[in-house]
Design a protein around this ligand. Sequence first.
Ligand code: ATP
Ligand code: MG
Length: 268
Amino acid sequence: MILFDNVSYSAGGTKIIKGVSFEIRRGDFTALIGANGAGKSTLARLCNGLLKPTSGTVRTGGFDTASAKTSRIAKFTGFLFQDPDRQICKNSVRDEIRFSLECVMEDRDEIEMRCERAIREFSFDGEREPFTMSRGERQRLVLASVLAAEPELLILDEPTTGLDYRECMYIMDCISAINRKGATVLMISHDMEIVQDFAKDAMVLNDGMLLAHGRTKEIIRDRELLARASLLPPQITDLALVLGEGYESVVTVGDMVSAVKERSGSKR
Ligand SMILES: Nc1ncnc2c1ncn2[C@@H]1O[C@H](COP(=O)(O)OP(=O)(O)OP(=O)(O)O)[C@@H](O)[C@H]1O
Ligand SMILES: [Mg+2]
């Protein structure tokens, strides 16, 4: 679905992405992790053709982003910016969702049907003005606008940053559901618990270079790798790593409780 072949990208005289190669296959759920300034948002914009590589090749959905029209890639790609307010441009929820659909399809009846369905599914008031909504509600609005088009590829730049637990789970459940239906997801996140719980694969970016791409459960246990990218494992994984033998398969609090009980029982 996304193929990077030795991709570099420079802006303002600085090399931001440095010789990155990877492949994301159809149906994958991949997290992109790395410290602030590592180049994650830049890499995301290279994926959907908003930015073109300075050297190397990016192919998305089979299209070379250097020559394909960005609007062609946008037809099957949903993109959530890091800041929802950069995406919202209309004065009502209904107009916002409708506008997002108009960008990728033409059939008026289909647009209206999908727009009303999204309003219903997300329990919005269609007349509500987006800028009177809370940060979490605005994030939900941009996600609803993007999902209404049923994209094959979903690229999300920190979809849960700044949200409370309930909003965060709501958003993640929506993303999970579309991935289960077959959409490919690439999600940037600083929240290692979210990454652990939802992303099957993870890519680690540091200073514009890809340090690793593999199964999330292996990457989050690699303390040395994460340290090189100024990241920490999720807390439960960190504790499991400190405890060592017998705790290798611990991922959740529940696993930890079972492992501790098992070991304290076996010592009696
Ligand atoms: N157009 C540009 N011109 C010059 N420098 C840029 C430009 N765009 C990004 N950068 C620089 O490239 C680096 C990577 O930026 P990017 O926004 O991709 O990082 P990020 O990993 O998304 O960070 P964050 O976690 O803070 O969102 C930063 O040092 C940033 O200042
Ligand atoms: Mg960013």
